[in-house]
Design a protein around this ligand. Structure first.
Ligand code: GMT
Length: 382
């Protein structure tokens, strides 16, 4: 198949999933064309089946906002026409699915006999729970969903939320996030530990995100501060975003700055996950939580919330603990339990690795291939 993928290039789960999906599809012999503002952060090195098209919005003093969505639509139309794309897979309803819709209309006008690409849209969360929740955006999100040929959501929770908020006409199937367990597997590197100034005797807690309010970074600081009163422990914060500054200030105020490392955005997280004993993900709304699945693949149990998509892959009491959002006391208790009881930790860690294999990239990429094939088949005349 010839597949176009339109996604965000920035540090976040949807860009990671889109890039990993494209790489896996290319590895299976498909031709993949990426469309984004900059190269998606997980795209990696050259592959002969992967093409990347940078979308540059027109800058002109008259226009306050550059026309990214229109530039994207033009780019998709151009590439789809000349490369004869079978499918364009939009990661996010807006703007990506909308731009692809427009691209299709451009092609219909341009050449009536052109067999247009099928539009597959994957909902990742923010397009529904944040952007879609804005009343001014509801109709445009609904339009993008209804006009796609097929729609997937990354969890049952997100599918149900989408149905509740938009009552779309389109069926939404669930294809969960995935992880390549050959790459995401525990391989501790003493050199990384040394570079981080770690002694090796302390426990390591990790959090990876884009530090948006939904991630409840303040709760992580509170839980971690409580942990330092009981055990020798270091916190690794990976990523960056709006809540980082406040967290840094709070950590200094609490006098625990020497126990916390803010590492910023790091692409290759496996060496860091390989040092970690526990991941904290206290998000108050998370459609899936890819970082938690990647941690589990590296044998890291997770203390997360019972909100959103977490319960669809984390069994509380088996792979970590799921607690109500904001329950700092219980999160601290359960974190201590896991960090202090070696036998329990080992059992959870092994269960996490087994569970991650159920979300192996190859299994879910097959689901996407089947999904594309269905869309193509449904478009054939007769
Ligand atoms: O978590 C973020 O804020 C980033 C966001 C994105 O769009 O990149 O992640 C969303 O998509 C990921 C991949 O499907 C999911 O694993 C995340 O749970 C989801 N984030 C939220 O729902 C907040």
């Amino acid at each position: 198949m010839k597949i176009g993928i339109s996604c965000h290039h920035t540090y976040g789960g949807s860009g990671a999933i889109a890039a990993e999906l494209g790489k896996a599809l290319a590895g299976r012999g498909h031709i993949v064309h990426f469309f984004s503002q900059a190269a998606p952060f997980r795209l990696g090195t050259f592959s002969r089946n992967i093409f990347y098209h940078e979308v540059e919005a027109m800058h002109y003093p008259l226009f306050e906002c550059p026309f990214y969505s229109l530039a994207l639509a033009s780019k998709i139309a151009d590439v789809a026409y000349y490369e004869k794309l079978d499918v364009v897979h939009a990661h996010y309803a807006i703007p990506h699915a909308l731009s692809a819709m427009l691209a299709r209309q451009m092609l219909e006008d341009k050449c009536a006999e052109t067999r247009c690409f099928r539009l597959a849209t994957t909902l990742h969360g923010t397009d529904i729970t944040v952007v879609g929740a804005d009343p001014g955006m509801q109709d445009v999100v609904r339009l993008a969903i209804n006009k796609s040929d097929g729609v997937t959501a990354v969890s049952g929770y997100l599918r149900d939320e989408t149905r509740r908020m938009f009552t779309p006409k389109k069926e939404i199937s669930v294809i969960p996030n995935f992880v390549d367990t050959a790459l995401f597997s525990r391989s501790p590197d003493p050199e990384i530990r040394r570079q981080l100034g770690l002694l090796g005797s302390e426990k390591i807690v990790i959090h990876i995100s884009n530090f948006r309010p939904v991630k409840c970074i303040g709760d992580i600081v509170s839980v971690f501060a409580a942990l330092t009163e009981h055990i020798d422990v270091t916190m690794l914060f990976v990523g960056d975003g709006p809540e980082r500054g406040a967290a840094e200030i709070r950590v200094r105020e609490l006098g625990i700055a020497d126990r916390v490392r803010f590492l910023g955005k790091i692409d290759d997280i496996v060496p860091l996950l390989s040092l970690a004993d526990l991941m904290l993900m206290p998000s108050n709304a998370e459609s899936f939580g890819l970082a938690a699945l990647e941690a589990m693949a590296c044998g890291v149990p997770v203390v997360a919330t019972d909100a959103g998509g977490f319960p669809e892959f984390i069994v509380s009491g088996v792979h970590g603990y799921l607690l109500p959002p904001g329950d700092i006391g219980e999160m601290t208790e359960k974190s201590l339990l896991l960090l202090q009881d070696e036998a329990l930790h080992q059992a959870f860690s092994a269960a996490c690795v087994r569970q991650a294999k159920r979300f192996e990239t190859s299994l879910l990429v097959e689901r996407y291939e089947a999904f594309y094939s269905e869309l193509i088949e449904a478009s054939r005349p007769g």
